[in-house]
Design a protein around this ligand. Sequence first.
Ligand code: SAM
Ligand code: SF4
Length: 346
Amino acid sequence: MTPASALVDQRSRPLRVLRLSLTARCNLACPYCCPDLEDPPDLLRLEQQLCLIRVACRLGIHTLRLTGGEPLLSARLLPLLQAIAAARATPGDPLQGLQQVALTTNGTLLSDQRARELRQAGLDRITVSLDGVDGAVVARMAGRPTATAGESLVQKVLGGLASARSAGFDPLAGELKLNAVIQRGVNEDQLLPLADLARDQGVELRLIEYMDVGNRNQWRPDQVLSAAEMVTRIRARWPLQAVGRPTGGTAQRWRYVDGGGHLGVIASISEPFCGDCNRLRVTANGQAFRCLFASVGTDLKPALHCEAELLRLVADLWRRRDDRYSEERQRMTGSMPHAEMAYLGG
Ligand code: SAM
Ligand code: SF4
């Protein structure tokens, strides 16, 4: 077996995080993401998902992030969490090495009951996505038809945050966070209102640069508001102190000098962090992607019946990994096809 500590890719990067998508479908239609209307027919079954997670743990992952599409649409979520919790509690199981099981969700389906079930099933962290507080702007970002629909979406997401908090997800312990994609000229005016909301809620806000994931969103570089610009605007209102980006992490973190908590910015476009990227992404139908911006994945399904075979396949895939698309983007001429964000899961 490959010892976890020995497995590194062509750029000496270890495998530490598995992002597993549960569905490519979504109940929203954010135009920057453009999710699928239907799932592929061959979604992974529970035993296949567990086989993958077990192998990833053997290869060194400490964090599993469940995502989508919208993962709360998936009937597979709860049984998977329950099976993971049982394995984490079993002496000798590779899943005992798992330090965090996290979920990224748009929060619209996060009722009190769902949040309680997720917590009881062993989920450690939730990141909720919301791209503004103004109904009309949120409607544009989420593909809703009217400002009223946008307002109702904001209320639902706030309800989701409250449900998560009362189910025990503690923002102070980093167990509840807020994600927002910022698109220049579309929701940049929501930066301060979002920061205000997050400070008020006591949750860390993570501002994400608009990325060229997928082929459907007609991304253009001039639609990106850089993380540096976001920080400049926020610190003009609330002074900030740099905390830095942890190795292998995605967000550069800042501390509000007035004690209002933390802020994160994810500068995948303007300050790529390929150099220590430790993430493997697997779609809901078992395609492994070594980079968020890759064109094609590797089908893991033929190996998902046998842990030893899968371990060889994934280890080999990781060892050969050389991707650093974000760092190369500016030097590239012409565009290359990318897999869609809702398929990959972010
Ligand atoms: N539906 C869930 C949600 O929205 O949180 C999970 C899946 S979504 C693909 C994961 C994250 O990717 C979300 O925070 C979303 O805002 C972000 N995202 C989607 N498309 C993006 C893009 N083109 N650029 C930057 N972030 C994007
Ligand atoms: Fe759905 Fe999340 Fe994509 Fe928005 S970003 S369409 S909520 S999967």
